[in-house]
Design a protein around this ligand. Structure first.
Ligand code: ATP
Ligand code: MG
Length: 371
């Protein structure tokens, strides 16, 4: 049996989109179905979402169920995977506090993902006089440390994530190494599991922007209806130089083709567009000219519908019994806490702060004071 421990999470800042799907969710379901793991944890990162949504707890609270429904509808199975809510595991906060000693401010400032996200959210490191106006909250700044706590609490070995999360895993590895060096071998080094297909590393938004992201409003959501998705696909960014049908087209930076790279398989041509044998043939024709964007978009729409229709149908079923979904999360959170508590015990023992369990310490001191 595999010894892999798999862990990942998503922020409940909105419904999940097809970027999450190709970047991480699809991988998780594949691992689950292949059974190639010892334990698998998937969690809703509400405490992390609060680091930049601290003034909007209602948004976070409402999106817990959305993310849980998305998990279940893509096929994560609560009998095989522990689904839990981050804030319900207090051990994670405690671990974060101890790991803070192992990371410098300069190191966090160098983290490329933190840098981009600070910019995206309009936080300013110098904005302290504006207090919570646009100043950078310490909690947000430290979220890579809390992510290391999430990963190490479960002794995760494999973390399926999109490319933007790579620096976070590197940060976690550094924390693990520092901890083990100072306090003795205790924590397990994780590794990022990235999608093998390049288009999936960081799926762009329908507007062609670098990343499909809830915060940028350029998403196709997993739970979207076929009608909503149709509008979005038809409005997608393509090649601005491809004006007349006969003009040669460009594939690079053309969102429709990036999505085809992420979703299209050869069998889709047999099903929906038998004029071509595979994506390379379609691309060649587009490059030469004479192939319209609308035709390509319609093909993409058919592929997306084929992939998402079963997801939508499963969601409808789970939506009928919301209390049952909360029950799954509650059971998962209780099971997850047991595991995290065990790791926290190990950590406290290694850090020599397990006073009441340390019979030697008490005996030695009793002897010293009564010599
Ligand atoms: P937010 O804007 O609130 O940060 P987000 O859309 O970036 O939301 P996260 O919850 O931060 O979503 O990301 C969850 C997981 O999905 C991470 O592993 C991340 O790498 C992956 N992911 C998110 N967006 C994409 C994308 N466009 N392409 C590939 N993977 C993605
Ligand atoms: Mg994000």
């Amino acid at each position: 049996m595999s010894s892999k421990i798999i862990l990942t999470g998503d922020r409940p800042t909105g419904r999940l989109h097809i970027g999450h799907y190709v970047g991480s969710l699809r991988n998780r379901v594949a691992i689950q179905n292949a059974g190639d793991y010892a334990k698998m944890f998937v969690f809703i990162a509400d405490a992390q979402a609060l680091t930049d949504n601290f003034d909007n707890p209602e948004k976070v609270r409402q999106n817990i169920i959305e993310v849980a429904l998305d998990y279940l509808s893509v096929g994560l199975d609560p009998d095989k995977v522990t689904l839990f809510i981050q804030s319900q595991i207090p051990e994670l906060t405690e671990l974060t506090f101890y790991y803070m000693n192992l990371v410098t401010v300069a190191r966090l400032q160098r983290n490329p993902t933190v840098k981009t996200e600070i910019q995206m959210r309009g936080f300013s490191a110098e904005g302290e006089e504006q207090a919570f106006g646009s100043g950078l909250p310490v909690g947000f700044f430290c979220y890579p440390i809390s992510q290391a706590a999430d990963i190490t609490a479960f002794k995760a070995t494999d973390v399926p994530v999109g490319e933007d999360q790579k620096p976070m895993i590197e940060q976690s590895v550094e924390i693990v190494r520092a901890f083990n060096r100072i306090y003795g071998e205790t924590l397990v080094e994780p590794k990022a599991v990235l999608p093998s297909n390049e288009a999936c590393l960081r799926l762009p938004g329908i507007d062609g922007k670098a990343k499909m992201s809830k915060s940028l409003g350029n998403c196709i959501y997993l739970s979207e209806t076929a009608e909503e998705m149709h509008k979005k696909v038809m409005s997608m960014y393509t090649d601005p130089l491809h004006i007349n049908l006969s003009d040669p087209g460009h594939i690079e930076g053309n969102t429709v083709f990036t999505y085809l790279d992420a979703f299209c398989r050869d069998e889709h041509f047999g099903l929906f567009w038998p004029e071509y044998a595979n994506l390379d043939e379609l691309k060649d024709h587009y490059r030469k000219g004479g192939l319209g964007d609308v035709k390509c978009k319609k093909f993409l729409e058919k592929i997306l519908n084929a992939e998402l229709e079963p997801v939508r149908a499963r969601r409808k079923e789970f939506e009928k019994d919301i209390p049952a979904v909360y029950d799954i999360l509650k059971k998962g959170s209780l099971a997850a806490e047991e595991v995290a508590a065990k790791t926290l015990d190990d950590v406290k023992k290694a850090m020599k702060i397990d006073y009441f369990n340390d019979a030697d310490l008490i005996r030695e001191q009793a002897a010293r004071f009564n010599m």
